[in-house]
Design a protein around this ligand. Structure first.
Ligand code: SF4
Ligand code: SF4
Length: 54
């Protein structure tokens, strides 16, 4: 997953990942890609299209 510069760290994507792989803290987004199943739920929920699948 690529996180674009315009991410506003709202945490929406972190809240919907069924595997809890995304953590948003202040101005940081941490993504544990080892367990990602490419479901795209996080990509679809981002209100400003700041996540992109690689
Ligand atoms: S939902 Fe989008 S803007 Fe919000 S933290 Fe996730 S990537 Fe960033
Ligand atoms: S694609 Fe699915 S499994 Fe991977 S981080 Fe996003 S919501 Fe989680």
């Amino acid at each position: 997953m690529i996180v674009k510069d315009w991410c506003m760290f709202c945490g929406e994507c972190a809240g919907v990942c069924p595997r809890n792989l995304i953590e948003v803290k202040e101005s940081t987004l941490i993504f544990d890609e080892s367990e990602c199943r490419d479901c795209s739920t996080c990509v679809k929920v981002c209100p400003i299209t700041a996540l992109e699948k690689e």
